[in-house]
Design a protein around this ligand. Structure first.
Ligand SMILES: Nc1ncnc2c1ncn2[C@@H]1O[C@H](COP(=O)(O)OP(=O)(O)O[C@H]2O[C@H](CO)[C@@H](O)[C@H](O)[C@H]2O)[C@@H](O)[C@H]1O
Length: 474
């Protein structure tokens, strides 16, 4: 049994902008089942504060990076939470990272430094008598934690998980004081990164163990193409880096009990959901596969490749329903696509319920990402018998069994992978998808295989459990 303090900027179902929240929200229950004790430290954004029931204040800070703050202990949605109630940092209209103008909050470095500082404080002082044996930080928002642990003279081990190396959490060098960092440690050996202060680098340099969310991404991170400036550091730290693939919450994502859908046990049960989905998106009947994509709309996600390749799907009678939000240019581009094609429908926004209905009603889920540390929507797809069509990268490479001739002959295929990650290769993959879809026996077998894949947290939670054991033993 290990006591773990998990530190993150998002945690489902309280606050979510992407996959980080799902992992931070679901892993604790899986670890609890193995005997561990997890408390999750999250910022008290308005969306979090309004969901809390009874709370107990377990610490107060007179001056936490420019204002007074409290630490609230509570239980919510099955999670044991420590909520950082710091109104001067988190009580704002807007998202966790962006203001209503769509721009980063200028004090983001300080906001999440405060979160990391409080994590270190809890490691030293405890919270309501509870003292963690390990601090587990997620992404750059928790990156300064080992710096503050060091400053407080605390040797509680720090485990750091990279969900996306593209976000560095950089700040200019003149913020050393406001970030309460030791200027003597502003060196390449600690958190200096090309003249800037980097929260991500601080986490990578200070962690006893580094994990990322798939084995393939752990290998990709060592290359210049995928490491995005951190590859050299990660090569140096390769001995403590490993990939543990994400699971999904198989209670929340369960086609037999999902309250958003007409429940089903077998692929044929999808038809009612498909009819409903077409009606919801205003799509006509069609002969080809109904494909969906649910995603943040960013360069990472290969939306432009999809736009380039979509004709190959539409020409075969296929359809696309897309749900997403993000980059305004990409939002406009997909909306434009929908106005040109009656078989393309788009919803701009964030809608959890709709994402469930899409997963249940679709034939295929598309994930054409340029890089994808793990990816969750292909896992939802597998669970719902919705065949994933994915780029061959990161966790998409590790979780989908491509319908190669060999895999089809052995009856083990669960999806389709394409490589290189180009519009042309995606267009070819749409051709393969339509061929398979037109062969109902093979298609149904793939759907059945998909639904049998172990996509829950069991195996990966055991890997984290073993890792916590290893760092606390010495
Ligand atoms: N408009 C919308 N409406 C409803 N739901 C939406 C939505 N847009 C996105 N989502 C949901 O947000 C989550 C996105 O998770 P992903 O893993 O696909 O990517 P993300 O890049 O955010 O996560 C990063 O962290 C995770 C977790 O480690 C890694 O899997 C991933 O590779 C990495 O890039 C999914 O649950 C998806 O359904």
């Amino acid at each position: 049994m290990t006591r773990i303090l998990s530190v993150a900027s998002e945690c489902a179902p309280l606050i979510k902008t992407g996959g980080l929240a799902d992992v931070v929200g679901a892993l604790p229950a899986a670890l609890t089942a193995l005997g561990d004790e997890v408390k999750t430290l999250v910022p008290g954004y308005p969306a979090v504060m309004e969901k809390l029931g009874k709370t107990k204040e377990v610490a107060v800070f007179d001056d936490l990076f420019g204002g007074s703050a409290g630490l609230l202990s509570t239980k919510s949605a099955g999670l044991d939470l420590l909520v950082l109630d710091a109104p001067h940092l988190f009580d704002r209209v807007g998202g966790p990272y962006l203001g209503p103008d769509g721009k980063d909050w200028p004090d983001n470095p300080e906001r999440f430094a405060a979160l990391s500082w409080v994590a270190a404080h809890v490691a030293v002082q405890g919270a309501g008598g509870w003292v963690p044996q390990v601090v587990h930080g997620h992404d750059w928002q928790a990156g300064f934690t080992p710096e503050y642990l060091h400053g407080m003279g605390c040797d509680v081990p720090f485990v750091f998980t990279i969900h996306n190396v593209a976000f560095h959490g950089n700040a200019p060098a003149d913020r050393l004081g406001s970030l309460r960092l030791d200027p003597w440690r502003f060196t390449p050996g600690h958190f200096e990164f090309w003249g800037q202060i980097s929260a991500l680098k601080a986490g990578l340099m200070g962690a006893q163990r580094i994990t990322t969310v798939s084995q393939t991404y752990a290998e990709e991170l060592l290359t210049a193409e995928f490491g995005i400036g951190m590859d050299g550091i990660l090569r140096d730290r390769q001995a403590v880096l490993n990939g543990i693939v994400n699971g999904i919450d198989t209670d929340v994502w369960n086609p037999e009990t999902d309250p958003e859908i007409t429940p089903y046990k077998a692929p044929k049960g999808k038809q009612a959901n498909k009819d409903a989905l077409r009606a919801e998106f205003g799509l006509p009947e069609a002969d080809g596969p109904l494909c969906v994509l649910v995603s943040r709309l960013t360069q990472q996600k290969g939306i432009d490749l999809l736009i380039d390749a979509i004709d190959a799907l539409l020409e075969r009678g296929g359809q696309l329903a897309l749900l997403g939000s993000g980059d305004p240019a990409l939002e406009a581009a997909v909306q434009h696509l929908a106005t040109r094609h009656p078989n393309v429908a788009v919803r701009i926004g964030y809608d959890e319920g709709l994402s469930h209905r899409m997963m249940a009603g679709a034939d295929a889920i598309l994930v054409p990402s340029r890089f994808e540390p793990c990816g969750l929507t292909q896992l939802y797809g597998l669970r719902y018998g919705t065949v994933p069509l994915v780029a061959l990268t990161g966790g998409l490479a590790d979780t989908v069994i491509n319908a190669s001739p060999a895999a089809l002959a052995r009856g083990v295929a669960t999806g389709i992978q394409f490589f290189p990650i180009t519009g042309r290769a995606l267009a070819n993959a749409f051709g393969r998808l339509c061929d398979l879809y037109d062969t109902p026996k093979v298609w149904t077998a793939m759907q059945r295989n998909a639904m049998k894949q172990p996509v829950g947290w069991e195996t990966s939670a055991a890997a984290y459990h073993a890792l916590y054991d290893a760092v606390t033993e010495g």
